[in-house]
Design a protein around this ligand. Sequence first.
Ligand SMILES: Nc1ncnc2c1ncn2[C@@H]1O[C@H](COP(=O)(O)OP(=O)(O)O)[C@@H](O)[C@H]1O
Ligand SMILES: [Mg+2]
Length: 314
Amino acid sequence: MDNQQPAIVANSLTKRFGDFIAVDDVNFEVRRGEIFGFLGPNGSGKTTTIRMTLGLMKPTSGGVQVLGMDVDGDTARIRPRVGYMSQRFSLYNDLTVLQNLHFYGAAYGLKNAELQESIQSALEMAGLEGREHAKTKDLSGGWRQRLALSAAILHRPEVLFLDEPTAGVDPVSRRAFWDLLYQLIAEGITVFVTTHYMDEAEHCHRLAFIQRGRIIAYGSPAEIKSGMMRGQVLEIAPSDAVAAVNALRAARESGSLPIEEVELYGSLVHLVAPDIKRQQRAIENTLRQAGIHTGHADIIEPSLEDVFISAMKA
Ligand SMILES: Nc1ncnc2c1ncn2[C@@H]1O[C@H](COP(=O)(O)OP(=O)(O)O)[C@@H](O)[C@H]1O
Ligand SMILES: [Mg+2]
């Protein structure tokens, strides 16, 4: 097996639904052994791209290769070598954890000792031991997500596709889920994962950011940050962050404050401009006039979230 060969190559992948272009000339390459993130807001074309990549939907034009094979022609040869966790975790709620794993294992053609062994290692990997006999419907979102992941890797796929595996899952379980993905990578699996949580971008080795069907950023987090950020980020911790955002945006709109972005980050505010330090006095004055204390103010390394917000508006 040639490990230098990319796991996935998408070439001008395009999908139209009538006049609507859901996936628009999408190109990317996923390397072997990496976690590749496919990020984008709801409706941006993530699931449609996965479905074409798995051969579940035909592209309108363009094509995709998985493990060096054309998806269009070699679907039957590709299927046993990939795993897929779909967006709605297709688990059987009335079955127990073990019954679900038996069902999926059998569907992949696993039998007897091999099936038992796969199930055991999947249970261990996901930390589901002790829950084998729990009904799936009684599991929390986080545990259902782990079960769905176990089911998708029973046949030891080389490439794993995960469609929004962390959607609607609590932050602690999300974090634990990413740790599981790193374990899979350590075992040599390639992971293609979609998410609409921008903060998850930092966990990916490389990623593509898709908006309205088009890729607007592509590369490692560091490459994307250095290539796309149009200014410096000033982070402030004002006494009232929401009021501060409103006051700063009003000042920007009136032309009295030459800054490009004002974004709320919890109780903090991020401001972006090419030379933000020079605006600091004007920012403080704007806030003081609105009765808001600026709090601490620091130039920070932009997060990918800053970069995407800035790119989405460009
Ligand atoms: N079968 C379909 N027919 C028409 N429009 C569709 C179909 N599937 C998806 N779409 C549209 O394509 C866009 C992208 O959808 P999708 O790939 O599911 O986005 P995401 O997974 O990023 O949320 C959405 O606007 C969606 O409504
Ligand atoms: Mg989707």
